[in-house]
Design a protein around this ligand. Structure first.
Ligand code: SAM
Length: 258
């Protein structure tokens, strides 16, 4: 069993670094801060909940579960949430739950309580692949997300949290084929958020038929990337879009029209 190494981030929430390549799961500015700003808020979960009674989230690279905790925190209690979690290593979840039981994953509120809400669901899902409480229905598929995603019965996600390790370290989930599958799994106004600003990933999202937008800056981290078929997003600079368009054309032969 490989041991994930505990990392304390600046907002007092704990994260892990990968046991082999050592990359941290979160920005050192804060695991909780990143989950809340980069994922739950950037995907406008609170806004989605105003038009839908049920919000569907795809969580790619569930890890410690911070993005889920932030999602639950962001949604009003009457809104039902369905989450599909894709994670290749059950140990990361198991060890996060152990740490939570031993000392908690955050010193401060609201991160502490938010993780406390998600922990029993993750524990149950590790046992049986699914779990629910009054608000959330969670399904956990263990294995490589490139194959587990195809086992999802319903693929109409309002939000996609795309949070694997960086493209230079673990490239597989940034593959254009997988990005295209993610795009096909989203509702018309669904939003995908990711921390990377990699040209290759952005071009892949564009090639998948999504429009691109700038994500929020989180701590010292760059803006990240948002993508959606039709939600209004803060656009990328024209010059950058043209460059991305040329990349897509070189690879697929398709003109992006800018
Ligand atoms: C940056 S961490 C995610 C942090 C997490 N989202 C959170 O909120 O705590 C990346 C995660 O992606 C998982 N992962 C890496 N490759 C994967 C793959 N091919 N399929 C599914 N999960 C993968 C890793 O095991 C790790 O838990």
């Amino acid at each position: 069993m490989s041991r994930w190494n505990v990392v304390r981030t600046q907002d007092g929430s704990l994260s892990f670094a990968h046991p082999v390549h050592g990359q941290a799961c979160h920005s050192d500015s804060g695991a909780w801060l990143e989950s809340l700003e980069r994922y739950a808020r950037a995907c406008r979960l609170a806004e989605v909940s105003l038009r839908r009674e049920r919000v569907r989230i795809l969580d790619v690279g569930t890890g410690l579960g911070w993005n889920l905790a932030a999602a639950l925190h962001e949604l009003p209690p009457h809104v039902h949430v369905e989450v599909l979690c894709l994670e290749s290593d059950p140990e990361v979840i198991r060890q996060a739950l152990e740490l939570h039981a031993a000392q908690g994953l955050a010193e401060q509120e609201p991160a502490r309580s938010a993780y406390g809400r998600i922990a029993p669901l993750l524990a149950q899902a590790l046992e049986s692949g699914k779990a629910h409480d009054a608000q959330m229905q969670l399904r956990l598929l263990l294995g490589d997300a490139r194959s587990t995603l195809s086992r999802a019965p319903e693929r109409e996600f309002d939000a996609v949290f795309l949070d694997p390790f960086s493209p230079g370290v673990e490239g597989e989930l940034w593959d254009w084929g997988f990005l295209a599958e993610l795009a096909q799994s989203m509702t018309e106004v669904g939003i995908l958020s990711t921390y990377t600003v990699s040209m290759g990933v952005r071009a892949g999202l564009l090639a998948a038929g999504l429009r691109l937008g700038t994500g929020p800056r989180v701590g010292r981290k760059a803006s990240g990337t948002l993508a959606s078929r039709s939600a209004a997003l803060e656009p990328l600079p024209e010059a950058l879009l043209r460059k991305l368009g040329r990349r897509v054309k070189a690879r697929t032969g398709r003109d992006q029209g800018f």
